[in-house]
Design a protein around this ligand. Structure first.
Ligand code: PMP
Length: 396
């Protein structure tokens, strides 16, 4: 595979990529949250500053402009995944998006999850009272869709799978998952948190019913994400939080509700963050998600090759993964590794990655995880490997 030595985006665009002392920071934790480019920071700053006003209710020009900016942002975010703006609900993040669906979906029955789900695609279903079934994964870390096919019954009203695993980087065959769900009359939610920043996503081509993701993993701000849903599904769902902005008419005798998506957006929304979310979508779209995917796949291949050459390293997940590598080194706890790497200005994630059932399936309590972004390059991989070699000498 041809090595890509340069990052896809200029590191200088990302003020977060230097240490306080001004040294390059080898940030390998983009799957947790991505650093923001200056254009996103500027968009946030303008929206919070010179352009700021409330949305939807103001009678003055600034508010009308901000409302246009907010609704344009909805269109931009929806378009990134091939959806319509009328089908995109702004939420606090993917976690809130999945909670919204788990609570509001009118036909609560059995939901089929998988062993590799993030806690935010497990706990909401439990809390909302669904019967949870668990599809196994294959030994190389893919959701086992043959097993899913065998497990699905007409009692299942929902299938909720990660589009890309936040621990293993494994990519779901999402079209097949949609077909399998629909064959028994269930709907498919994809948790797209790790997919949207790493590959082109087209909800119409996939044929899924719902799609959840967060802005902060896509080089945008925290505090905002989205639930996309097919119009007929959203229309059938009752509101889940009450308040301003989600109503049609309110009286003590009877309250009626606005159509989707406003019906699901009670209260003053994250106005500034929505504008930043859209700026982040524009940023990745300009680079191109195909190019981003190829870039990260290349870095994953480099990292897996270097790690695989060490005979005391266990690699998890499939060869072909989207920007994420999980591994363990014999005799070195991932937390110790992470601490020593930090001294080398290399930031990795160590722990259960909010996927304790997956850790149990892998027979471990934690892994070390390196995850890449558009600003990552082979210097980051080299720094990781140098740091691991130093750690081994320390523990040697
Ligand atoms: N699902 C996956 C696959 C994730 O990686 C994450 C974040 N780690 C989430 C859901 C939750 O996202 P958020 O915390 O932004 O709501």
């Amino acid at each position: 595979m041809e090595a890509i030595s340069r990052p896809l985006a200029s590191r200088a665009d990302f003020p977060g990529l230097v240490t306080p002392a001004g040294a390059p920071w080898h940030y390998l934790d983009s799957a947790a949250t991505a650093q923001k480019p200056q254009v996103v920071i500027d968009a946030l700053s303008d929206a919070a500053g010179k352009d700021y006003a409330t949305v939807h209710r103001g009678v003055y020009a600034r508010s009308a402009d901000m409302t246009r900016g907010f609704e344009d942002a909805r269109r931009t975010v929806a378009a990134l995944i091939g959806g319509k703006d009328s089908e995109l609900i702004f939420t606090r993040g993917a976690t809130e998006a999945i909670n919204l669906l788990a609570y509001s979906y009118p036909d609560k029955g059995r939901v089929l999850l998988s062993e590799l789900e993030h806690h935010s695609n497990i706990v909401p279903w439990q809390l909302a009272g669904w019967q949870v079934d668990v599809c196994p994964i294959t030994d190389d870390g893919q959701i086992d869709l043959d097993a899913a096919e065998a497990m699905l019954t007409p009692e299942h009203t929902m299938v909720a799978f990660a589009h890309v695993s936040n621990v293993l980087g494994s990519m779901l065959d999402a079209r097949r998952a949609a077909e399998l769900a629909h064959a028994v009359g269930a709907k498919l939610l994809l948790d797209g948190c790790q997919a949207v920043p790493r590959m082109p996503v087209d909800v119409a081509a996939i044929g899924c019913d719902f799609y959840a993701f967060s802005a902060h993993k896509l080089y945008g701000p925290t505090g905002i994400g989205a639930l996309w849903g097919k119009a007929e599904q959203l229309d059938a769902m009752p509101p889940w939080q009450g308040g301003g902005a989600m109503i049609d008419a309110v009286s003590f005798a009877k309250t009626t509700y606005a159509p989707a998506p406003q019906r699901f957006e009670a209260g003053t929304p994250a106005i500034v963050e929505a504008v930043g979310f859209a700026a982040a979508c524009d940023y990745v779209s300009a680079i191109g998600l195909d190019a981003i995917h190829a870039h990260e796949a290349n870095l994953v291949a480099q990292a897996r090759e270097a790690l695989g050459a060490m005979n005391d390293v266990t690699l998890f997940g499939p060869e072909e993964s989207a920007g994420i590598v999980s591994f363990l080194i014999d005799g070195i706890h991932p937390h110790d590794l992470g601490t020593i790497l930090d001294e080398e200005n290399v930031a990795i994630r160590a722990g259960h990655h909010c996927a304790q059932p997956l850790m149990a399936r892998l027979g471990v309590t934690a892994t070390a995880r390196a995850s890449f972004g558009i600003y990552s390059d082979e210097d980051d991989v080299a720094a990781l490997i140098r740091g691991i070699e130093r750690t081994k000498r320390i523990f040697g």
